[in-house]
Design a protein around this ligand. Sequence first.
Ligand SMILES: [Zn+2]
Length: 625
Amino acid sequence: MAGRIRDDDIAEVREKARIDEVVSSYVALRNAGGGSQKGLCPFHDEKSPSFHVTPARQFFHCFGCGEGGDVFTFLMKIDGVTFIEAVERLADKYGVQLRREDGPGELQRPRGPSRSRLVEANRLAQEFYADALATPDALAARQFLGERGFDREAAETFGLGFAPRDGEALLEHLRHRGITDEESVAAGLVGTGQRGYYDRFRGRLLWPIRDSAGDTIGFGARRIFDDDRIEAKYLNTPETTLYKKSQVLYGIDLARREIAKASQAVVVEGYTDVMACHLAGVGTAVASCGTAFGDDHARVLRRFLHDHDEFRGEVIFTFDGDAAGQAAAIKTFKGDQNFVSQTYVAVEPDGLDPCDLRIQHGDAAVRELVARRVPLYRFVLDNVLSRYDLDRADARVDALREAAGLVVSIRDKSKVEQFTRELASTVGMDIDEVRTVLRRASGRGSRGQGTAPAPTTAERPARDAVPDLRDPRFAIERETLKLVLHLPALAGVAASDIDADDFTHPTYREVWEVIAKAGGPDAGALDPGWAARLRDTVTDAAVSSALSALAVEPILSAKEPETAYVHAHLYRLQELTALRRIAEVKGRLQRTNPVEHATEYNRMFGELVALEQHRRTLRDRTMGA
Ligand SMILES: [Zn+2]
């Protein structure tokens, strides 16, 4: 199917795929007033939400990092897909039939199979594997589940399956269902070797791994037969365009709503732990798949944690009580620098993971484990202090010195004070004494709290010398553009004399040029997707970002603006231009000798009178509008 997708089909997809609906499967959104919703930006780290979505104009914009655009831009950025893939995916989901025009469309074609084909291949594989779990060959897999307290219903809830030992069963099945071998390989389901294609998973118990929207994107596979030729206990889908292990969280499809509701996420270590938690009533459990929980996972989780401004979401890690578990906790603590949420640790004293805990002590014990969480810094601190004999004065100072290393690594000032107090009370020393030791200790190794790395925004070099768009000097320009973008139908005749020179900020000037080139506000009067369509014509990043910001930012007027309000802004903008010209002419008049250059002087004087007249007319219109 070559050719370019028709523009009106793209517009239809954009209209049907409500941007708030699409975004909210990645980001927890709440009402921000003025028809907008807001949440924590998935594209940069932040503590309070500056990521806005405005369904009426089909736009999102982050006032923190400047990312913005329409529903396609959002998917392209968050899932790393091409424009065509984003359109296809949403067309698929919202039932829009895409028609293609003949012509030079090949350039737009994505390389390799589309996302929707890979999702389809994974969906078919999941069904196939789930059916195979009921066959006699899968007895060992069913026994494995039974021994861990998972019945048939649980297996169905989580979509578990069994990969037949025959090396080509899935391959054949997918072929019959119209999946090409190329697609099977790209989906990570089938491998290629010297003897051709073969099923990647053979003779293993399988967990389908789903994205937050519930699409199966890969599998986790556990060894169950002793003669399995592959040693690894767990195998995972390799990296594909769908499956990125640094971001994938097992259970996110089931947990995301609970996580948003409870402002809490529980991070466990394995597939069976996620299952045990959910079945025990801890519906916020997720696990990383085949890799340690990292910064990217944290970023994914944070999107779903509701931000209540003051109270931030909790992330609870379950670690084993053993040395490895403690090491993992310390590693997490160091990574905590970028983790805005409050981080906790839930450790079972006997070292049982949630799955074993549920088998031995029941559902309530799993819930209690989570309820008994302690702050991560507390856990790490106890771990450090336990190595010292705190009855001896010199050991207390040594312990403090080691603990100081932890203190200086905390960026959040409010946490530092709390940490210091707890340290003093645990060690049994006076708080001022502890502060002195900490100050000295932190002065040695590092440059200390005061010189902590600057936030990334400060490190980022200024793009160029363009003034801040929010500078009060440009307030009228900003507001006028917002009104034109939000309410093009009201601009009418008042916009007809506006030109690019009415805008003094170069970016606003370019935004107006984009509007003018597209036929002016009148062209947008009847088109709800106007602003989004305008943005399609922009290639400059600064202009594009400004356009989405203007489309998303609420209008300053408390009530829904009327025509008069919009006109007042448009005339005022022109009046300001007149004032600038008047000042300019006055300056030139002053520098001109009326006797030596009489003609020139009189011409300028006439120009000044005309400008004053023009300004008064605009003034009257502004007032009368
Ligand atoms: Zn952002």
